[in-house]
Design a protein around this ligand. Sequence first.
Ligand code: C2E
Ligand code: MG
Ligand code: MG
Ligand code: MG
Length: 290
Amino acid sequence: HAKRQGRNSAHCYHSGMSQASERRVLLEGDLQKALEENQLYLHYQPRIHAAKNIIVGAEALLRWQHPTLGLVSPVEFIPLLEEMGLIHNIGAWVFREACKQLKIWQDMGHHEFVMSVNLSAVQFRDVRLAQEVRDVIQNAGIHPSTLEVELTETSIMEDVSQTQATLMVLKEMGLRIAVDDFGTGYSSLSYLRSFPLDTLKVDRAFIRDLTTNDEDKSLATAIIAMAQSLNLRVVAEGIELQEQASFLLEKSCDEFQGFLFSKPISAEAFTELLTSWPNKPNHTALPSRA
Ligand code: C2E
Ligand code: MG
Ligand code: MG
Ligand code: MG
């Protein structure tokens, strides 16, 4: 592959390079072109209202179909985008694409549907963010309260005074703000209380062994109670088993997300899911969709 060779040589391979760093150099070379060559796309995973069993929103998740390596995980390539200074442009593309899709679903009659978009720490600290988001919302013609940004607990605790200022700007624009992967970082309750947050997403690590591990049971219960006392909507991530959903419903968890309901899927497949989803307010009748 002539093109591939040309790119690689620009990043000067040398013998003795570990396999991991070889892969990294290859990925970095190819990421430059990934967006213009249409290798990046979004998948969507539904968020389910726990008590009503209806789809209330989706999380947009970035995918990279590499021409020779296949699907590369965002966990691997997002840090590369950050280091290469590409996260702003690609992040802006994610916002545009997700909001365009949000508008389509809302226009289908799902007026209250909410779209969640992940923001990496680097994007969050970028001075261009607010204007970018403002433009995207305006162009897409969506109500800002139907767009939610997800920030990890670790990234909001990095520089709390800057976090406070940026969150206020986003909040004044009318956006919803979620703390992602909650429980994996070290957040201070007093900061959590002072930030203008709407949603808390409990990390999958607390959900995984929920049905077998008593400690995780107590932790998940405590996190839900804390979120409620802070007036936050609480979403459980990574639900794979009916027993996990039942336990969390009993503890008054607001929303569910996980393979039990659906994996992240294409916009077309999601539209199908939205149309066929049983809008029955009966949790026990929940079909398994893993
Ligand atoms: P996240 O925001 O915490 O997203 C949830 C991750 O959990 C997704 O992985 C999703 O596929 C996975 N997941 C959902 N339900 C289940 C389940 O029941 N079981 C298991 N085992 N996994 C489940 P994904 O799509 O690989 O994304 C990984 C991370 O990459 C995301 O974690 C997020 O931090 C980051 N990411 C993805 N898309 C974007 C993006 O557009 N921008 C930024 N900045 N980060 C992104
Ligand atoms: Mg997320
Ligand atoms: Mg998460
Ligand atoms: Mg995560």
